[in-house]
Write a protein that binds this ligand. Structure first.
Ligand SMILES: [Fe+2]
Length: 296
């Protein structure tokens, strides 16, 4: 969640788009061209077909209730008309990644920052920073689910209250292994697992890898274990954590984080691919293709 100095940001400042103190802007809908809408359509169509039977039902319900357009980059305003009455959340347009404290402040007030710009056609499969497709298609459908919405809110409040730089890695790992790369139990799926994390949902490659590859570990979710586990930002994950249902996240949301963070802050983290004797192992990964360094 650090802030990169990207060409997109520069372009935005050059275009004179006014950024407020909380890093939000008005969604510049006039700046979307035919290419942006075509990329949205291509990604939306591809992921929606791929996700059938692979993503949790709550996500599909969210897509339907938000009335997301398959054809065009959606209007944030139109999405908020569905979202706000349902769970009190709204989305706000931002230039890209925002500083941690600003991000937490938004979440703690039920605002989810969504990058306004779309990736280029040559970036369909991978880009390093979140764009509108990742932020919107990946994250927002679950914000209309009341239990998930409360979890995100509680996460923002806990992160804001932590106010301790040493606690940030612990909180970042929790976000990473749930909101971005979480798996959820679902007996209707061939291997008993579906996906809900936005980093998976918005990626063709990781949708297939996280569910079907023999390489990664799939381990039952445990709050302390997750907070102590390093992750990957440049490759698919070595380990995914599976929740039983969203009520497990609700329990996490009610945790008193202060003593937990204080206790875990100085503990050495676990490498991303490690399996512990205390883990509930769903599948132990073969580790094929793993990089030996680069866990963060
Ligand atoms: Fe994300």
């Amino acid at each position: 969640m650090s802030v990169p100095n990207t060409a997109k940001l520069k372009e935005q400042f050059d275009a004179g788009l006014e950024t407020r103190a909380d890093f939000t802007i008005d969604q510049p809908t006039h700046r979307y061209g035919a290419v942006d809408h075509a990329v949205w359509k291509q990604l939306y169509t591809r992921q929606t077909a791929l996700l059938k039977g692979r993503v949790c039902d709550a996500f599909l319900e969210g897509v339907e209730r938000l009335n997301l357009s398959p054809e065009r980059v959606p209007s944030f305003e139109a999405i908020n008309e569905q979202l706000m009455p349902a769970t009190g959340w709204q989305i706000v347009a931002v230039p890209g990644l925002v500083p941690d404290q600003v991000f937490f402040e938004h979440l703690a007030n039920r605002r989810f920052p969504v990058t306004w710009w779309m990736r280029r056609p040559d970036q369909l499969d991978y880009l390093q920073e979140p764009d509108c497709f990742h932020d919107l298609y990946g994250h927002v459908p679950l914000l209309i689910n009341p239990v998930f919405a409360d979890y995100m809110h509680a996460y923002g409040r806990a992160a804001l209250a932590a106010n301790d730089a040493n606690a940030l890695p612990l909180l970042a790992r929790l976000y990473w292994y749930t909101v971005e790369f979480g798996l959820i139990r679902d007996e209707a799926s061939p291997n008993g697992v579906k996906i809900y994390g936005a980093g998976i949902v918005s990626s063709k490659g990781e949708t297939l890898y996280s569910l079907q590859s023999d390489a990664p570990n799939r381990i039952g979710f445990d709050l302390e274990r997750v907070m102590q586990t390093q992750y990957r930002i440049d490759t698919f994950q070595k380990t995914y954590f599976m929740i039983d249902d969203f009520s497990q996240l609700f329990d996490v949301a009610r945790t008193d984080f202060a003593p937990l963070l204080a206790r875990l802050t100085h503990a050495a983290p676990f490498p991303a691919g490690v399996v512990l004797s205390t883990d509930t192992v769903i599948t132990r990964g073969t580790g094929e293709g793993w990089e030996t360094d680069g866990d963060i």
